[in-house]
Design a protein around this ligand. Sequence first.
Ligand code: ATP
Length: 320
Amino acid sequence: MQRIAVLTSGGDSPGMNPAIRAVTRKAIYHGIEVIGIKRGFTGFIEGDMMPLHLGSVADIVQRGGTMLLSARSEEFRTSEGRKKAFENVKRFGLQGLVVIGGDGSFKGARVFHQEYNIPIIGVPGTIDNDIVGSEYTIGFDTAVNTVVDAINKIRDTATSHERTFVVEVMGREAGFIALTAGLAAGAESILVPEKPFSIDDICHKLLRGYKRGKLHSIIIVAEGAAGGLKVGEQIKQKTGFETKVIILGHLQRGGTPSSYDRVMASCMGAKAVELLMNGAKLKMVGLHGGKVTDMDIDDSLLKKKPLDIEMYDLANVLSI
Ligand code: ATP
C-alpha cells in the first residue's frame, strides 16, 4: 500500500482533528503517503484533495472541528456522483480510504466499496454515540461535557430565580447525549427518542420536588424525543411554574476535544491504517470491551444501537 486518503463527513465532532492526525502520522510512519480530501464526499467528487505531511497535521490535536472540513453530499448518493469520485481515486492513485463520520457516511462508504472495490475503513466520528459495533464514537465525551457545563451554569440561575429549565440537546434518533448528560448533571427528567414519556408524570415529579422545597428543576430533552419549546409550554401550562427553554444546538459540536476524545481518536485513527495495511476491505474501527477492535461495516449498519436502559432507570431512581 503506497497511498491512502482520509476524509471527514457528515456532522463534525470534536476529535476529528486528532483522528486525521493519527491516520496521517501512522501511515507516514509506515511509509504510506496520505491525501486529505476536503469537505467529505463533496471534495471526493470534485477532486478537492491535498497531500498531508507530518507538519500538515501539527497543532491540530487540541482543535475542535475538522481541518479537512465536512459536508453532506447529495451527489454522492447518486451513481453518477460516485463515478466521478472513482475517477479521482484513479487520478490520485488511491489504494485505500479512511472515512471519519457517522452511520450515513458509512453507508456511503459501503456502496462505494461495493461498486469500485476500493478498501475503506470507517472511523466512528459523531457526537451521537449511535454506531452499532462501537461502545464509543469520537466526540461524544466532549459533547456531553459541553452539555453538563451548560447545565451547571443554567442551574445557578435556575436556583436564584426558582425556575424550571428545559434544555434541548442534540440526538434526532438517539438519546445517548441526553441520558449521559442528564445523569451527570442530575436532571429531574430525561426525554429520549427511545422511550415514551408522559408530560403529566413529569409535571407530577416537578410538583413533588417543589413541595419538598426544591428551588429549581432541569428537564433534558433530546431533539428527537420532542421539541423543547413545546415541552416547556406544556409544563408551564400544567404546573404554573415559570419555565424557560434553552436549545443548546450547535454549541454541542464545538470545543477543544476532551483528553478521552483525543486518545480515542488517536487509537482509532491508527487502527484504521493498520487495518488497511493488513488487507481489510470494508471494516469499521470500534471500541469493544474497552479495546479498539474492528468489525464489518455491513453488520454495523444492520441494527440500531440500543440505549442503556439500566442507565436510564438509574437516572430515574436518582432523580426521584
Ligand atoms: P451524523 O451522525 O453526524 O449525522 P453521518 O455520517 O450519519 O453523520 P449523513 O448526513 O447521514 O451524516 O451522511 C453523510 C453523507 O454520507 C451524506 O451526505 C451522503 O453524501 C453520504 N451517504 C449517506 N447515506 C448514503 C447512501 N445510502 N448512499 C450513498 N451515500 C450516502
